[in-house]
Design a protein around this ligand. Structure first.
Ligand code: UTP
Length: 292
């Protein structure tokens, strides 16, 4: 079955990004000048997704407004003859068919995904988390979708992390099928380095079979008192087939402050309108710091 629908959970509290996230959803924090959720939606659209559901929390308005038309702003730009900016706004509001549902309480990622059950119905669907932004030739989600076409089973996007970092991630217990493709036996949440079954870390991209909803309906709160998607996926992997794909591309953990800063610098260096001046600023800064 073809993957047509994507779910983007954006109802977390964003505690790691306080105070910015006190009144602003984490997903609206920009990298250079673009909110992180726009990169995620672009990836979904570039992968061929038709309908997108964003799971929002209490501060959903800025997200909805961002992807909606802004009549007053458009009028203003028209009057000033700023056609470039106007076209940019149109591109954003025409990106995709976006739907919203509210998760009334942040009861965990598993619960957020469960809120998508009516939107998804009985077909496999994609989940993209805004904390992971990937720059790649083939969009990251498209890489997962291509593997799904072949295996017709749940696919989890992973990348290898250094041993010291395994305790920050969900890790696959898996056997290789071919280069970059693994059959999943089990998933282990944040293992100690000496207990980790591999270094294949789950990176916020999934294609999931709809059977997960029946499992999520009865998944009890796990780590942190939250309903964990990983717990439901473990159960799904038990009787069924599940694959891990080591996707190609550079991934940024923008949910983490250092990762966010790295993404900001690298995205700015990749922008033709900023790269030259920004690079010479960074070079001067490094020289000055070395000298001091
Ligand atoms: P995180 O665990 O990163 O939580 O959730 P968070 O609240 O966003 O960030 P911190 O850890 O408090 O700083 C992973 C993804 O799941 C969503 C988040 O919005 C994020 O995209 N999520 C999490 C929900 O939609 N609902 C929840 O109840 C929990």
């Amino acid at each position: 079955m073809r993957i047509r629908k994507a779910v983007i959970p954006a109802a977390g509290l964003g505690v790691r990004f306080l105070p910015a996230t006190k009144a602003l959803p984490k997903e609206m924090i920009p990298i250079v000048d673009t909110p992180t959720i726009q990169y995620i939606i672009q990836e979904a659209v570039d992968s061929g997704i038709e309908d997108i559901l964003i799971i929002t929390g209490r501060d959903k308005k800025p997200i909805e407004d961002h992807f909606d038309k802004s009549v007053a702003l458009e009028e203003h730009l028209k009057e000033k003859g700023k056609t470039g900016e106007l076209e940019m706004l149109h591109r954003i509001s025409d990106m995709a068919q976006i739907f919203y549902v509210r998760q009334q309480e942040p009861r965990g990622l598993g619960h957020a995904v469960y809120c998508a059950r009516r939107f998804v119905g009985d077909e496999p669907f994609a989940v993209l988390l805004g904390d992971d932004i990937v720059r790649s030739e083939v969009p990251c989600l498209k890489q997962l979708m291509d593997l799904y076409d072949e295996v017709q089973a749940t696919v989890i996007g992973v990348q290898e992390v250094p041993p010291a970092d395994v305790s920050k991630y969900g890790i696959l217990d898996a056997e290789p099928v071919r280069e970059n493709v693994y059959r999943v036996r089990d998933l282990v949440e944040k293992p100690a380095p000496e207990e980790a079954p591999s270094r294949l870390a789950i990176m916020g991209r999934y294609i999931i079979e709809p059977a997960v909803f029946d499992i999520l309906a009865r998944t009890k709160p796990g780590a942190g008192g939250e309903i964990q998607l990983t717990d439901a996926l473990r159960e799904l992997a038990g009787p069924g087939e599940m694959y891990g794909l080591v996707f190609q591309g550079r991934r940024y953990d923008v949910g983490d402050k250092l990762g966010y800063l790295k993404a900001t610098v690298e995205f700015a260096l990749a922008r033709p309108d900023l790269a030259g001046q920004f690079r010479s600023y960074l070079e001067t800064l490094v020289r000055e710091r070395r000298g001091s």
